[in-house]
Every structure is written in structure tokens, then in C-alpha cells.
Design a protein around this ligand. Structure first.
Ligand code: NDP
Length: 575
């Protein structure tokens, strides 16, 4: 997968520093929509901002990338969308709707049905009926055929999904095309393979070969580097044949807006493979790819009621969580809402998995190759505008190399292009909503007020839409809010350390525990760090690598339960 790409050609010369007091709003509000940020050029020069933009300019004047927009023609967006209930689309019972907009332009894309309690009742009843009459008792090999079919259709319609995702979410087409959509299809392929092998998954009293067989080497002490990663949460038993574990029944699944299609796939694929039926609630700001996926379910002839999609806001999610007909809740989103859901579910007998926020440390030692580490830092925090729960939002860099790492990082950031998400050269797209932009702006202002030094590359922000430049804070103390709270935006806090012990202490000094990164040449140090970092995933000399075979999930305020891999099956089985 690609995150933010490596510099094309030679790197640009370092731009001068933007005065710390300069807010993002000052860094050029005057540009045109779709214009690139200060851009790289193979000749090592950066495009010059227009004269009316405040702030210093990068040295040199060179050519810029021509626009390379992906065509919108491949997608037909309807004026209105209904709820996907019992295999068909229908309006909300009370006829309510809400708009969804393109965050890059603020252009309304469609009106979408707003599900109320009566619709939640209908969806849960349809899912229950489908579970009892068709899906729960269907042989795994038959269920697998539907999942393979969905995966193949996703591949066939990949461009359509990618364009729609970028329109509704604001993420660069390069990421939706190369990461979100292929990974979503890969999840359906992966879990289709498990559907008829559940008794071999080591869940529910199976005996056998232990944790190392089969699916990519899960271990308590392993390090996930690339594919086939590791997790610290064991699945009981081994990989020999055991009793066939049973599905739970109806799963209520609530997902966020940062990876709308991919999160839908993470939720639906394991639930369906294990014989559960689903009621999925996408985020209010990004409902369109979940509805297109519903259309794919129709196209794949999935029996009615097996998948239901309820669009709406937090209240719809809350009604689904509280519905007595649901056996399992799977939630991805903020820690605050996760806690609310925990309270609502407590004592009901419903099974629960929570994938919540994070404030991951990306730890760079003095023996790490600096250029590679810089790529990893950029990919860690600026991929998907930093709207990533496992984003490496805290850079912990060894003091002896801090200056050079920060300098190279600034050079690299000056080569990123911000603008039209549908342009294939864009690195940084739009912030998903006005609300999220306000949150990022507010926390960044607090970082400055607390005393950190703020820096962004010279950068023209489009006139309309929601935009925030890549931002780096240096001089950050552990007590600052920008070092403690999940900003969920393209904002990096840089802290330093002297010894490995100090790095571990600082990395673990957070209520979260979702992910971490380690950059060093020494394999022994990687293992030493991985054993001590309190994080569900530890990436070594890489960052933000995902694979369906690799379990993902957190500790403490990052939630519990795992998604992906064999572990992801356990969350949907009564073992
Ligand atoms: P939320 O946690 O509010 O939303 C996630 C999902 O839960 C959405 O579908 C939302 O619906 C739904 N929801 C909201 N309230 C409830 C409820 N009481 N019961 C059940 N479902 C509910 O995240 P936001 O989108 O509001 O983002 C707020 C902050 O959360 C961000 O700034 C970011 O810091 C963090 N976040 C973290 C994510 C992660 O993966 N770690 C993902 C998304 C956000 P709706 O969209 O309609 O409100």
C-alpha cells in the first residue's frame, strides 16, 4: 500500500519557517480550489506562492505538476438515498433526510434517509429473520461464495468506489484508490476463506498446533512489520480441528467517517463469514460508499436482511446500540462515545468490541536511516489528513538526531501537494467536516498558547471547503494538550528523548494504547521496545501498514477486541 509517496525526484530546498504566530488561516486563503501546495519539482525547486500570500516563500521558481483529475463520470450519485432494509432501499419511516456534502467544495452531493427508532426496529427484525431462516444455518462454504462475490464486485467497481469515497470524505484519490478500496476487497477475500474453516480457527476449545500456524504468526511479543503481523491478544486454543463455534446472531455495527468503506468491510466481512447478520450504521458525514456497498450486496444476490444499512446521526447509532434484538455491538470511533456505548451495553448480555482513539508514539533512534524514518513519519501522521486512529501523532526522536530529523521533515513536507482530492497528484486532501476542522484549529491554537513552536510549509489553501495545512509543533512538553489529546488531523507533536528507557516511558505516557512505531537499525532494540510499548500494534521501520490477516486493536482507552486475522473471527463467535 502507499501512504504519502516518496519524494519525486530530488527533494525541494527547505522553505523558510512560517512565523509561529501565523495561523493556518493566514497561510494563504486566496488560492484557487485545486491548486497544489508548495510543490516539489524534480529540479529541486518548489513552486512559489502567489504574491498576495503572507509568509515566506520557498527558494527558487520551477514548474508545477499539471492537474491530473480523476473523472467523476464513473459515479452516478442519486439525488436521494433510502435506507437499505431487508434487501431493498426505502425511505425512513418518518420521511426524514439529511444532506451529505463534498468537504473539498462544500457542494451538496445527495440527501440521505435519516433512520429513526422505527427504522432500527425494522432493520433488526429483518436481520433476525435472515439469521434464523437463512444465514445462521447456511453451510460455511455457501456463505463464502457470497463473500467472494462481494470481493470480486468491489474489485470490478473499484474506480467507482474510489471516486465516491474521495468525493464524500475528502481523502486523496490516490489513497482511496490504492489503499481503502483494495483493502476492503482484501478483507472480504480473506474472511471468505475462513467461512468453511471455523472449526480450525483455534476458537472454542480446538486443540492443536498453537498460535504460530496458519494466519500470519500472531504472538505476544511479535512485531508487525508489513503483512502477516502480530498481536498480543491470544485466541484460545490452537489451529487443529475443534468444535464448530456458533455465530452470535444479529450484529449492530457503528463506524466512523475516516475510512468509510474500509471500516464497513472490517465490520461486515468477519461478521458474515461467521454466520451473523448485520445492521450497519455509517457516519453521518460519509454515508455514500456504505450505500454503494449495499447495492453490491444486491448485485451479489445476498439474501435479503443479511446486511442492512441505516444512515443517520449519533441518535441512530444510539438506538441501534440500545436495541434489545441485537446480540453484538461493534463500534469504531471516539473514546467518548465508546465509553457511552460501554455503559449502555453493560448488563445486557450483548457482546461488545470497541476500537477507539489513539495518540501513538513514532520513536526514532539515532541509528535509524533518516530519510526512511522521515518517510515513515510523514506516512504516519499525514496519511488521510491524520484522520487515522493509529496515526503516529507524537514523534519521539532521540535528542542527538532531533535537529536533522526535523530539518529533513520540513524539507519533505514542503514537497507535499494539498488540494483537489480527485487530483491524482494530491497528497493532502480536505478535512472531513467543518466540525473536525474547528477541532483541529482549536487544539493547534492551544498548542501555540501553551508554548510550542508551530510550523507549516508555505501552502495555499483552496477558497472553499475545509482545509488544514500539514503542521509540525516542536518544543512540545508531555503535559501539553497537543501531546495528550487525539487531534485527528494533520498535526504532529515532536518530543525528544535521550535513552531507550526514556523513550518507552514517554511513549507509554498516554491513556491510549493502539499503536506505535520504532525506527532503528538494531533488531534487538526493536524487540526490546516492542516488549515494553503498551500498544496493540507495533510497527518496526514502517508505519500504517494494514493487512486483513493481521489483527488490529488497542489497550486501555483505545478499546478492546481485535479486528482482522483469526482474532477478528473470535469477536463474532460464541465459543
Ligand atoms: P464519534 O465517535 O462521535 O462517531 C463515530 C460513529 O458513532 C459515527 O457513526 C457516529 O454517528 C456514531 N455515534 C455518535 N454518537 C453515538 C452514540 N451515542 N451512540 C452510538 N453511536 C454514536 O466520532 P466523531 O465523528 O464525532 O468524531 C469526534 C472525534 O472522535 C474526532 O475528532 C476524533 O478525535 C475521534 N474519532 C476517532 C476515530 C477513531 O477511529 N479512533 C474515528 C472517528 C472519530 P454520526 O457520525 O452520525 O455522529
Amino acid at each position: 500500500m502507499t501512504g504519502i509517496r516518496a519524494s519525486r525526484g530530488q527533494s525541494a530546498r527547505p522553505p523558510d519557517e512560517v512565523a509561529p504566530a501565523q495561523s493556518a488561516d493566514v497561510v494563504g486563503q486566496r488560492g484557487q480550489r485545486g491548486e497544489a501546495a508548495a510543490s516539489p519539482s524534480p529540479g529541486g525547486t518548489a513552486a512559489r506562492p502567489p504574491d498576495d500570500v503572507a509568509g515566506p516563500r520557498p527558494a527558487g521558481r520551477g514548474w508545477d505538476y499539471a492537474p491530473a483529475p480523476e473523472s467523476r463520470e464513473i459515479v452516478t450519485i442519486a439525488a436521494e438515498y433510502g435506507l437499505f432494509l431487508d434487501g431493498t432501499f426505502s425511505p425512513a419511516a418518518d420521511g426524514r433526510e439529511f444532506p451529505t456534502i463534498n468537504p473539498a467544495t462544500e457542494e451538496p452531493l445527495a440527501r440521505v434517509a435519516l433512520a429513526g427508532p422505527a427504522d432500527v426496529d425494522r432493520a433488526v427484525a429483518a436481520a433476525r429473520q435472515a439469521y434464523e431462516q437463512v444465514w445462521g444455518s447456511m453451510p460455511g462454504a455457501e456463505r463464502a461464495k457470497y463473500l467472494y462475490r462481494i470481493a470480486r464486485i468491489l474489485q470490478e467497481r473499484a474506480r467507482e468506489f474510489a471516486v465516491l469515497e474521495s468525493l464524500d470524505n475528502g481523502k486523496p484519490i490516490r489513497e482511496s484508490r490504492d489503499v481503502d478500496v483494495p483493502l476492503a476487497a482484501a478483507h472480504f477475500f480473506y474472511y471468505a476463506g475462513w467461512a468453511d474453516k471455523l472449526e480450525y480457527a483455534g476458537i472454542g476449545g480446538a486443540s492443536g498446533a498453537g498460535m504460530t500456524g496458519g494466519d500470519g504468526g500472531a504472538s505476544r511479543t511479535g512485531v508487525a512489520g508489513g503483512t502477516g503481523g502480530a498481536s498480543r491478544t491470544g485466541v484460545a486454543g490452537g489451529t487443529g480441528r475443534g468444535m464448530a463455534p456458533r455465530p452470535l446472531g444479529v450484529a449492530g455495527q457503528v463506524i466512523p467517517w475516516n475510512f468509510p468503506l474500509l471500516m464497513a468491510a472490517w465490520k461486515l466481512a468477519p461478521a458474515l463469514a461467521t454466520g451473523n447478520t448485520c445492521v450497519l450504521k455509517p457516519a453521518e458525514t460519509t454515508p455514500l460508499t456504505a450505500l454503494l456497498l449495499a447495492e453490491v450486496c444486491q448485485q451479489a444476490d445476498l439474501p435479503p436482511g443479511v446486511v442492512n444499512v441505516l444512515t443517520g446521526a449519533g441518535q441512530t447509532g444510539s438506538a441501534l446500540v440500545g436495541h434489545p434484538g441485537v446480540n453484538k455491538i461493534a463500534f469504531t470511533g471516539s473514546t467518548e462515545v465508546g465509553k457511552e456505548i460501554s455503559r449502555a451495553v453493560a448488563g445486557t448480555g450483548k457482546r461488545l468490541t470497541l476500537e477507539l482513539g489513539g495518540k501513538a508514539a513514532n520513536v526514532v533512534f539515532d541509528d535509524a536511516p533518516v530519510d526512511q524514518a522521515v518517510e515513515g513519519i510523514v506516512n504516519g501522521i499525514f496519511f488521510n489528513q491524520g484522520h487515522v486512529c493509529c496515526a503516529g501523532s507524537r514523534l519521539l526522536v532521540q535528542e542527538s538526531v532531533a535537529d536533522i530529523v526535523v530539518e529533513r521533515l520540513r524539507e519533505r513536507l514542503a514537497t507535499l501537494r494539498l488540494g483537489d482530492p480527485l487530483d491524482k497528484n494530491t497528497d493532502i486532501g480536505a478535512i472531513n467536516s467543518r466540525e473536525q476542522l474547528d477541532k483541529i484549529s482549536a487544539l493547534s491554537a492551544i498548542g501555540e498558547a501553551e508554548g510550542a513552536q508551530r510550523w507549516s510549509p508555505p501552502c495555499r489553501l483552496p477558497e472553499r471547503g475545509y482545509w488544514f495545512p500539514p503542521t509540525v509543533f516542536t518544543g512540545v512538553s508531555q503535559s501539553y494538550r497537543i501531546a495528550r489529546e487525539e487531534i485527528f488531523g494533520p498535526v504532529l507533536s515532536v518530543l525528544t528523548f535521550r535513552t531507550p528507557e526514556e523513550a518507552v516511558t514517554k511513549a507509554n505516557n498516554t491513556p491510549y494504547g493502539l499503536s506505535a512505531g520504532v525506527w532503528t537499525e538494531k533488531g534487538s532494540r526493536i524487540l526490546w521496545m516492542a516488549q515494553r510499548l503498551r500498544a496493540g500494534v507495533v510497527w518496526a521501520n514502517t508505519y500504517n501498514r494494514f493487512d486483513p490477516a493481521s489483527p488490529f486493536g488497542g489497550y486501555r482507552e483505545s478499546g478492546f477486541g481485535r479486528e482482522g486475522g483469526r482474532h477478528g473471527l473470535a469477536a463474532y463467535l460464541d465459543a
